[in-house]
Design a protein around this ligand. Sequence first.
Ligand SMILES: Cc1ncc(COP(=O)(O)O)c(C=O)c1O
Length: 507
Amino acid sequence: MNIVLDRSGRTPLYLQIRNALREMIINGMLAPGYRLPPERKLAATLEVNRSTVVKAYEELAADGLIESFVGRGTIVAGTPGAGTANACVEPPLRWTHLFNRESARTSDPLISNLLNHLGQDDMINLAAGAPAPELYPTGDIAQISADIMAASGHQMLEYSSPQGLLSLRTCLAEYMHQRGISSGPDDIIVTSGSQQGLELAARIMLEPGDNVLVEEPSYPGALQVFRAAGARLVGVPRDRSGLRLEVLEQAMLRYRPKLFYTMPTYQNPAGTNMDEAQRRSLLEIAYRCHVPIIEDDAYSEISFDEPPVPPLAALDRFGLVLYLSTFSKMLFPGMRIGWAAGPGEVIRQMVLARQLDDIHSVTLAQEIVTVYCQRGLLQGHLVTIRQEYNKRREAMLEALRQFAPPGMLWDNPPGGFYVWCRLPAGVTGERLLSVCRSIRVGFVPGSAFHADAGGSDHIRLSFSRCEENEIRIGIERICRAVRQISKEAGGIGERNKTDDMAPLALL
Ligand SMILES: Cc1ncc(COP(=O)(O)O)c(C=O)c1O
């Protein structure tokens, strides 16, 4: 096992070790069941501290790539030979050697891991960014499905337009019109979730080596898509008043990015909301610098405190914005209905690209969502979920106020599903997660929202999936674990207050 460390580089040593091992595991060089060297031995070989190797192993374990067993040591996860019909007869073909470059860039299992853990009921799940299943309008959906199948069952089982059903696009145009966006049905493509919107946008616009500006922190599903397209990610930092627009302008001028990806409304993970003046300034800057914007608006309906600010797409006089949204957070994610709206030529190209994917979103799912909106059920549902998520948010904030040790900081999110929380000095999200796993509570470490080595000092706590009592228990456990780790590290420390002001970073 040959790991070469770059001691003069920006990437911390533990990440270099993690990355090297991860690549060997994913490439199949280290097969399932392979025993990794004990931490102390690897540390001696690489001439690093043992804690560096411990941290690297913790990250690999968090990604599900390795497992530790008392007495057996640390082994590569998975069953040896699994996935082949005749595993014990012949050594199986190594498919992993055939994977192309894009596959190598798409090797982060974070999202699959989060989704796979959704159903584990002994775990308090403050990790998932999904709505609460008990709030899904299952009765209405059952009735609507039955009505549709009775009226036009054959049509629902047919292929349909790659751009999406005209009835749904008409509904979406009306819905966006109420929010100030003037797109018509022809300027919209229905996508299989807004994740597909991101992927299509990246596919039609990005070439390997292009720069893409992203907020720091940002949604990992978007970072992964841009990375898979071969883009270089440039992070634009934010402070407590929002995105640092002067840094954004410098970055646009310096890096000449192909696009800027932003979530102005209830950002994932930070929960922040750009005010209208900032939105207008952002559009002016992007126009001056000729940089198009992807506005990802997944959470704007989950609002608590304030009247909604118009989306960038509603304020855009320049034709700069490709707008993405989804029913995944406001209704349910399983039908995979999202949409993109923007300049006609962009939408047409996305439709062409989409024909190579899944051809179209599921016809029946599109029709169900259309009828749900046409029957006027969406507005009532939104009122109900806002009330419920607001209670859960309050429960989380209250528990944090009660249990958080000094040095732990968070903001009150005006909408969305998340509290973005800063940890005391000496506590990293990864270390905390490894302790919290054993006490059955999950969250997402902040590093997942940074494409470089940043973010270890934050965690994202989601209040959408758990009831108030569970949230309270979960937060109490997390805070207890923070205290324990801080104690081991020699006491709770305040972080440097200027940490948020990190310089522009090439991610
Ligand atoms: C900001 C953001 N954009 C897009 C998505 C993807 O959502 P969808 O289920 O519509 O693909 C998510 C999901 O968590 C998200 O948080």
